[in-house]
Design a protein around this ligand. Structure first.
Ligand SMILES: Cc1cc2nc3c(=O)[nH]c(=O)nc-3n(C[C@H](O)[C@H](O)[C@H](O)COP(=O)(O)O)c2cc1C
Length: 216
């Protein structure tokens, strides 16, 4: 796949086939993603690539946390987002809902599905050493993006998932995550279900002139 085509066609997948993702495939994806740039080449990310039986244990643990207290944390923001960004988030739910309705869900599909990793057969969990926060969080965004693109090149769909932060303790237990590592984001991965209307959804973007000031 051409890089430009990959950039244009990647989108979040939220309905997956049951087809398993093999450990070797995950390894290839992580190997490619490992070329992600990072400040001082520190490669500060600590990844946990999960499939098979451990994936099911992880899913059960996260799901139990969700059903236990039903708490859905807002996406990691210390303050309310300024209106222009909040409006884009509301826009995501508005745009996506008609597609999710076609599979019998509504806007709640995003938070609720997140707590099942959307049924994905694999996930790459991104953690960072707490002493590197917040400065090196940006590098973790870099590996997250590379993971999504490397998976796309392998024919896999992905969805970055922040909502599972609420189940931090349960995820740590399943994966024996050392206490000094802080959760950043999960990247659920699997083969997209081509027949699902939910996967037809393609989120919009602000115009280039809205997000970028050009100088020459
Ligand atoms: C850090 C981060 C966290 C995200 N968390 C979630 C999540 O918890 N659940 C979800 O369904 N999508 C999540 N997403 C996916 C975004 O909703 C998605 O990337 C955005 O709407 C743009 O759509 P696209 O990926 O299809 O281009 C997250 C994305 C990022 C980058």
């Amino acid at each position: 796949m051409e890089l430009s085509e990959g950039l244009r066609t990647r989108r979040s997948t939220r309905v997956f086939l049951d087809t398993p993702v093999q450990k070797d495939t995950l390894r290839r994806i992580v190997e490619s993603a490992q070329r992600a740039p990072s400040a001082g080449n520190m490669q500060p990310w600590e990844l946990f690539a999960v499939c098979g039986e451990t994936m099911e244990r992880l899913r059960s643990a996260v799901n139990a946390a969700f059903e236990g207290d039903g708490a859905i944390a807002s996406p990691g923001l210390a303050k309310p987002a300024p209106e222009r960004y909040s409006e884009r988030r509301r826009g995501l739910y508005r745009e996506a809902e008609p597609f999710f309705r076609r599979i019998g869900c509504g806007g709640e599909f995003i938070p609720e599905g997140s707590f099942r990793f959307f049924g994905a057969p694999a996930v790459v969990m991104v953690y960072v050493h707490e002493d590197l926060l917040p400065g090196r969080l940006v590098c973790c965004g870099s590996i997250m993006t590379y993971l999504t693109l490397a998976a796309h090149a392998e024919g896999l769909g992905t969805c970055a998932i922040g909502f599972v932060r609420t189940a931090d303790r349960q995820m740590r237990e399943v994966l024996s995550v050392p206490p000094e590592l802080a959760f950043v984001v999960a990247v659920a991965a699997g083969y997209p279900n081509p027949a699902s209307p939910a996967n037809e959804f393609c989120s919009s973007r602000a115009s280039v002139d809205e997000v970028c000031r050009f100088f020459d």
